[in-house]
Design a protein around this ligand. Structure first.
Ligand code: MN
Length: 495
């Protein structure tokens, strides 16, 4: 097994994602998690950027993690002084090496970059910093110049070297060839790849195959433009597809790490994202669900449990009889063959309307078919709304809760808000149910369309989603809320 070091740059390159800016506390929480899951080097930021950035880096340094804490610096004394001020262990010292960057961006010469790099490495080492010397736009640089500058950088005292594919133009074949030419300087070689063509992970792995012993990555692949190579994809690929590499990363923590970063950064994942996307272990089609139930490896290359995840069967129009039976069994619903056929057809019908069928829907449909009259804790007896132009939207409701009638009214910014407010007030003596999400869809076009309201409700730590479908948006909203509230209360009572 060859050991591979993980250098995570979620807090530096990742934070350069357009629109992302993390607070000190958020950075600290991410750093905490990165250290906990076994990242070897955390690039905590770029110290020169701002006062706030330095405060965050200092706070991370203070935590005294196992991970090495570094700052990004350019080949400028001020950048290095700012990093020193934060008391980091190391610097990722980045020098542009392509003629394009040297001439167009810096307006300097190769000689300047070469000499300035050596002076700055010297300066860092004099001040006790460990140096990872990095070639920016390395993949578009003259290979002879690269070899010269790295030879000298290692001579002067760089502990590691790194070559960046800054605009993501390598291919796996070229990456392999390119990194092979740069893996013999006697110090660890790092790969830093960007995802402009969707090849960052493939190129990173090609670099590792070519002899690199460290890679740079970000959680969820966040980063400038199309982002960086994604930590979780590299780690899981190395483990599941290559097998002759080891890292210190705890694979079963990758999913919740991904969740944390997506929540704090506000960069939500595409559902079909490899490894951590919501659909990565979801099965809808009948044939697939049937196969997975018999043997998970039929349609799953790895099991979700490895990542601390669960597989999901999505009920929709592709559901097969086996998948639905499995779901009904999981919900403890018993049925005979005729009843099953009726439930199956009703769910297919909803699926054909383009709806995803939730557990609450299945439960409701099954109750209907099996003629189970659930004793509802809360029932709506009356609802009236006053709304219009220049009136305050007001709702009054009569609820029956445990055989007692409760009459209550509320106002809101609109009629739906007023109605939900009144219902919430009415049941507040029994439970403080919080509306976490509200989503409305017209199933078909036209003003006579059925309105489908989906709500997410929270009671204590339990969150469930519920749905109401009616021709009227206010009734649909109240129905959804009450469906959910009843289910939550039932769940609470039954433990
Ligand atoms: Mn980068």
């Amino acid at each position: 097994m060859k050991r591979i070091n993980v250098f995570d740059t979620t807090l530096r390159d990742g934070e350069q994602t357009p629109g992302v800016s993390l607070t000190l506390n958020e950075k600290l929480r991410i750093a905490n998690k990165l250290d906990e899951i076994g990242v070897n080097v955390i690039e905590a930021g770029s110290a020169i950027t701002s006062n706030g950035e330095r405060e965050a880096i200092k706070a991370i340094v203070k935590e005294d993690y196992n991970a090495e804490i570094g700052s990004f610096v350019r080949i400028l004394k001020d950048d290095i002084d700012a990093a020193l001020d934060c008391d980091v262990d190391s610097v990722h010292l980045v020098a542009p090496t392509s003629d394009l960057h040297i001439k167009e961006k810096l307006k300097k010469t190769r000689e300047y970059v070469f000499n300035q790099s050596m002076n700055m490495i010297d300066y860092c080492i004099d001040h006790g910093l460990l140096v990872e010397f990095s070639a920016e736009d390395g993949s578009r640089s003259d290979i002879e110049f690269l070899r010269d500058i790295f030879t000298e950088a290692v001579d002067v005292g760089s502990s590691r070297i790194c070559v960046c594919d800054t605009v993501g133009i390598l291919t796996p074949e070229r990456a392999y060839h390119f990194y092979s030419n740069l893996s013999n300087f006697g110090v660890p070689l790092s790969v830093h790849c960007h995802n402009d063509f969707g090849l960052a992970v493939a190129n990173t792995i090609a670099g590792i195959r070519a002899g690199a012993t460290q890679f740079h990555s970000t959680v969820n692949g966040i980063g400038e433009r199309a982002g960086n190579a994604s930590l979780e994809e590299i780690i899981v690929s190395l483990k599941a597809l290559y097998k002759d590499y080891s890292t210190d990363i705890q694979i079963d923590q990758l999913y919740n790490t991904s969740k944390l970063v997506s929540r704090l950064s506000g960069v939500y994942l595409q559902p079909n994202k490899a490894i951590v996307g919501e659909n990565a272990f979801a099965h809808e089609s009948g044939i697939h669900a049937d196969g997975v139930i018999k043997n998970t490896s039929t349609y799953e290359p790895i099991t979700p449990e490895i990542l601390g995840r669960k597989r999901k069967f999505v009920i929709g129009k592709h559901i097969g009889t086996k998948g639905l039976k499995q779901r009904l069994n999981e919900l403890n619903i018993t049925y005979d063959e005729n009843q099953f056929e009726e439930i199956f057809n009703k769910i297919k019908y909803l699926g054909d309307l383009g709806k995803l069928v939730s557990d609450v829907d299945i439960q409701t449909i099954a109750d209907e078919v099996l003629e189970i009259e659930e004793e509802k804790k809360i029932a709506l007896k009356e609802l009236s709304i006053v709304s219009g132009n220049k009136v305050i939207p007001t709702a009054s409701v009569k609820l029956e809760i445990d055989n007692n009638d409760i009459l209550i009214a509320d106002v809101g910014v609109g009629p739906v808000d007023a109605a939900i407010g009144a219902v919430k007030k009415g049941i507040s003596d029994f439970a403080d149910i919080e509306l976490v999400e509200y989503h409305v869809d017209a199933i078909t076009g036209g003003t006579d369309a059925f309105i489908d309201v989906v709500v997410k409700l929270k009671l204590d730590e339990q969150i469930i989603s519920a749905r109401g479908t009616q021709p009227d948006i206010i009734n649909a909203s109240v129905e959804a809320y009450l469906n959910g509230a009843n289910r939550l209360l039932e769940h609470k009572e039954n433990g």
